[in-house]
Design a protein around this ligand. Structure first.
Ligand SMILES: [Zn+2]
Length: 377
């Protein structure tokens, strides 16, 4: 792979970038003619830029197109494996590592076994060591690594370079350096739910406004407005888990009562019962009456939360997090319950399931580097 010339004028760089972005956002490969016509550029301009991009190893010929007779037009697409980024998820039960290529396809994934994070003395050392092991184990070329994103269930104060609060990790007011100080790569830290929402939002065809409700042990979310996460004055926007859905209701990990998280956390239907989520949903299908009543209560409060989000923001609500793997059969019921609460609508088609139930936060935080790369070619 050769490097792209950096001495070109800004105008030429913008043209090259528009061609690259056009291919980046296309699911199918394109011919030079299509690119020239769709971007209103001359054929010599397109040809010259594509030659540079191909020589730099960033665009490749795509051999999958069938000939329809006549002269076969060469079709081109981005070289998705030219670079990759890593997303790391820090949760109370351990670390997860994911490598994604430029098409956001997962090329490697690993989780550390049984490491209660709050019992680790030096989280930064552990994270850096495990990252190196991950790179070695999957033979990932460090020269192609764009950067390392870290998704963490925490309110992060960027100005003070601190984790302000991470209840599930039992961390408060600690410096981010404790996590990043041994990393020899570019890194970026973000809240896990914000990262997950960002991955969902970025891969939608129409990137409009969206609220993302993240359903795992912790319940959180993100608000995506006009192309970027809306973070709020204190970076606490989208903390849907701590909306009150039942005054004086069940106790929440945050110390208050009646929060959405207290009702819709995965812990309520797995850890608290001493069973797995799979056990719970199997039992539910077999009509276990205790599970049935509990699930109905989860759904009722979930619907209250979703309807409140809809009332405040009037945008689609996308359900994410690993609970959503099990939710599809219950989506009609969730929509029915939410619609019944709504003053303005009698249908709740605005509720959708996410595209990445399992690894959205890691993909989203890795995407920070992929997007930066794509925008700066
Ligand atoms: Zn709470």
């Amino acid at each position: 792979m050769t490097k792209l010339a950096e001495t070109i004028t800004e105008r030429r760089r913008q043209t090259r970038n528009s061609i690259y972005q056009y291919m980046f956002f296309s699911d199918t490969p394109h011919s030079k003619q299509e690119i020239a016509s769709d971007l209103s550029l001359s054929m010599p301009t397109v040809h010259q830029n594509l030659t540079e991009l191909i020589e730099a190893g960033l665009v490749r010929r795509d051999g999958t197109q069938q000939s329809t007779g006549g002269r076969r037009a060469m079709r081109l697409t981005i070289a998705e494996n030219a670079h990759f980024a890593i997303g790391i998820s820090v949760t109370e039960t351990g670390l997860r590592f994911l490598a994604a290529n430029l098409r956001m396809q997962e090329i490697a994934y690993k989780r550390t076994q049984g490491l209660p994070i709050n019992e680790i003395d030096d989280l930064g050392r552990l994270l850096a060591d495990e990252l190196e092991k991950f790179l070695d184990e999957f033979g990932l070329n460090r020269n192609k690594l764009l950067g390392v994103g870290i998704a963490i269930p925490a309110v992060i104060n960027v100005e003070r370079n601190e984790i302000a609060l991470a209840p599930t990790l039992h961390l408060k007011d600690i410096s981010l350096d404790k996590i990043t100080k041994y990393l020899p790569y570019s890194y970026y830290i973000s809240n896990d739910a914000t990262s997950g929402g960002y991955a969902e939002w970025f891969t939608q065809t129409a990137q409009s406004c969206m609220a993302y409700l993240f359903l795992e042990i912790g319940v959180g979310g993100a608000v995506l407005l006009n192309g970027a996460p809306y973070e709020g004055q204190n970076r606490r926007s989208g903390e849907f888990g701590h909306m009150c859905v039942e005054p004086n209701g069940l106790p929440c990990k945050c110390g208050k009562r009646g929060c959405l998280e207290a009702y819709c956390s995965t812990a309520r239907i797995s850890d608290n019962l001493g069973i797995t989520l799979e056990d719970f949903f199997e039992g539910l299908e077999l009509q276990n009456p205790v599970y049935g009543a509990l699930w109905q209560d989860v759904l009722q409060h979930l619907a209250i939360g979703i309807n409140n989000i809809r009332m405040a923001l009037d945008c689609d609500v996308v359900l994410g997090g690993y609970l959503t793997q099990f939710i599809e059969p219950y989506l009609p019921e969730i929509r029915r319950l939410a619609a019944a609460l709504n003053t303005f609508e009698n249908k709740a088609d605005y509720i959708r399931l996410c595209r990445y139930p399992m690894r959205a936060s890691m993909l989203g935080v890795a995407l920070h580097f992929i997007r930066e790369f794509m925008e700066n070619i």
